[in-house]
Write a protein that binds this ligand. Structure first.
Ligand code: MG
Length: 388
C-alpha cells in the first residue's frame, strides 16, 4: 500500500548525526530498527522491571515484552493510517531503552540523587536517557559513539523533555530533536502514534499482570467503565467462561476498541487538518488521538491503576526498597568511582573536580543496570540483601 503524503518518508529523512551511505537493501528506518534490536541496551530490557519486579514472577511484563507489545499495536495502527510502520517499530522498540532498573521507582530515586540541592547535576529523565543511550552510550561502531540513528527515530525517542534540558541540547545541536520543546511544535505522526500505543499497551497489560498477581480482582475492575463494558459483553456471550479466559477476552476486546477508536478519531483529525507533508503535520496540533469519549475512559482507567495497583501497599513496599538500593549505589559509586565498570570509573575520575560529569557517569552506569545486576551490586557494596 502506498504511504500517505503526511507519513515520514525514509528517503527524505533529515539524516544522521554522522553521514553514512544508504544501506543497499533496507530503508533508513528499517536500518535504525535493526540497530536497536542488536544493541546492548535492548537486550537488557528483558531484565528490567515494568511494574512488577523481575524476580516476582516469570509471566509478568518486562520492559522488553512491553516494548514488543507497543511495537505490535503501533504497527497495526500505522498500517491502517498509511503511516510508516518501520519508523513506528524503531521508535517503539527504543522508547524505553533509558529506563533505570526497578521501573519508575528507580528513575525517581536516580532523579532525586541527580537533583541534589545546590549542585547543578541536571536531574535524570528516562526519555532523555533513552536518547543518551542511542546517541552516546552504545559502543558498537569504530568511528562514533552511539547507534547514529536518523533524526526521525531520535525525535520519537525524545518523547518528553524539560525546557531546561531542551535548551542544553539545543546549545550543542541547534535545530535538533529538542527544538520542538521550545517552539511547541509536534513530532512526526509516527512518534505521536507510539506515545498512544505505549499508553494503550500498559493500561491493558497492567490489568492482566495486576489480576495475575492477585493485587487486583475482577470485582474491583467493575468500577472501570472501559473494562466492565467489555466484561459484561463477554459474560453475556459466554456465561460459563472461567475467570482467566474471561479476563483475556475482555482485555482483547478492550484493546481492539481502543485501536479502532484511535484509527477513526485520527482519520477524522487528519481529514480536517489535511496536512500535505510530514513537516506540515509537525506544525499542526497533535493529530493522533482518541475520540473524546475514549480519552475520558482511558483516563479513568489510568486513575484506577494508579490508585489501586501502582500505589498498592505491596508495590509500594518493593518501590521503597528499590529506591533505597539506587540511592545506596549512587552514594557508593560517587564516593569511590573505582567500584564501577572501568569505562564509567574512568569517566568519573577524569571529571574531578568537575563533579557534574562525575555524577552523570554514575547515573549512566546505574541507569544501564538490570534489576538483578543492581541487586547484586548493592549486596556487594553494602553487605545487605534487599528484594531477594
Ligand atoms: Mg513504555
Amino acid at each position: 500500500m502506498a504511504l500517505a503524503a503526511f507519513s515520514s518518508d525514509p528517503a527524505r529523512s533529515r539524516g544522521r548525526r554522522h553521514a553514512e551511505a544508504p544501506a543497499p537493501t533496507r530503508s533508513a528506518f528499517q536500518r535504525d530498527r535493526d540497530r536497536i534490536v542488536h544493541s546492548t541496551a535492548f537486550r537488557r530490557l528483558v531484565y528490567k522491571t515494568q511494574v512488577f519486579l523481575n524476580h516476582e514472577g516469570d509471566l509478568f511484563r518486562t520492559r522488553l515484552t512491553h516494548s514488543l507489545e507497543v511495537a505490535q499495536l503501533g504497527r497495526s495502527i500505522a498500517r491502517s493510517l498509511a503511516l510508516n510502520e518501520d519508523l513506528v517499530e524503531a521508535i517503539a522498540l527504543a522508547h524505553d531503552l533509558g529506563h533505570t532498573p526497578f521501573g519508575h521507582a528507580g528513575q525517581d530515586a536516580l532523579n532525586h540523587c541527580m537533583s541534589a540541592p545546590g549542585l547543578d547535576w541536571g536531574g535524570f529523565e528516562h526519555n532523555l536517557q533513552s536518547l543518551r543511550v542511542v546517541d552516546h552510550l552504545e559502543e558498537r561502531y569504530p568511528a562514533w559513539d552511539g547507534l547514529n540513528l536518523c533524526f526521525e527515530t531520535r525525535e520519537g525517542i525524545l518523547k518528553h523533555c524539560s525546557p531546561a534540558n531542551a535548551r542544553k541540547i539545543e546549545a550543542v545541536d541547534p535545530g535538533g530533536v529538542a527544538q520542538r520543546f521550545l517552539d511547541h511544535s509536534q513530532p512526526s505522526l509516527e512518534a505521536q502514534l507510539c506515545n498512544l500505543a505505549d499508553e494503550i499497551a500498559y493500561n491493558a497489560h497492567d490489568i492482566d499482570d495486576g489480576v495475575r498477581s492477585g493485587l487486583l480482582t475482577l470485582e474491583q475492575m467493575q468500577a472501570v467503565e472501559l473494562f466492565e463494558s467489555h466484561r459484561l459483553e463477554v459474560r453475556a456471550e459466554f456465561p460459563d467462561l472461567p475467570d482467566r479466559r474471561l479476563l483475556y477476552e475482555t482485555i482483547r476486546r478492550m484493546l481492539s476498541a481502543q485501536v479502532y477508536d484511535v484509527i477513526a478519531a485520527t482519520r477524522e483529525a487528519i481529514g480536517a487538518a489535511n496536512p500535505g507533508s510530514a513537516d506540515d503535520a509537525r506544525r499542526m496540533g497533535p493529530l493522533v488521538r482518541f475520540s473524546a469519549d475514549m480519552r475520558r475512559q482511558s483516563a479513568a482507567l489510568k486513575r484506577f491503576l494508579l490508585a489501586n495497583l501502582y500505589r498498592h501497599p505491596q508495590v509500594m513496599h518493593t518501590t521503597g526498597q528499590a529506591q533505597r538500593m539506587v540511592r545506596d549505589l549512587f552514594d557508593a559509586y560517587l564516593a569511590d568511582p573505582r567500584q564501577m565498570a572501568p569505562k564509567f570509573a574512568r569517566r568519573a575520575l577524569a571529571a574531578e573536580p568537575d563533579r557534574p560529569h562525575g555524577a552523570r557517569a554514575v547515573a549512566d552506569y546505574i541507569a544501564g543496570m538490570t534489576d538483578r545486576f543492581a541487586t547484586r551490586e548493592h549486596e556487594r557494596l553494602t553487605g545487605q540483601r534487599l528484594l531477594a
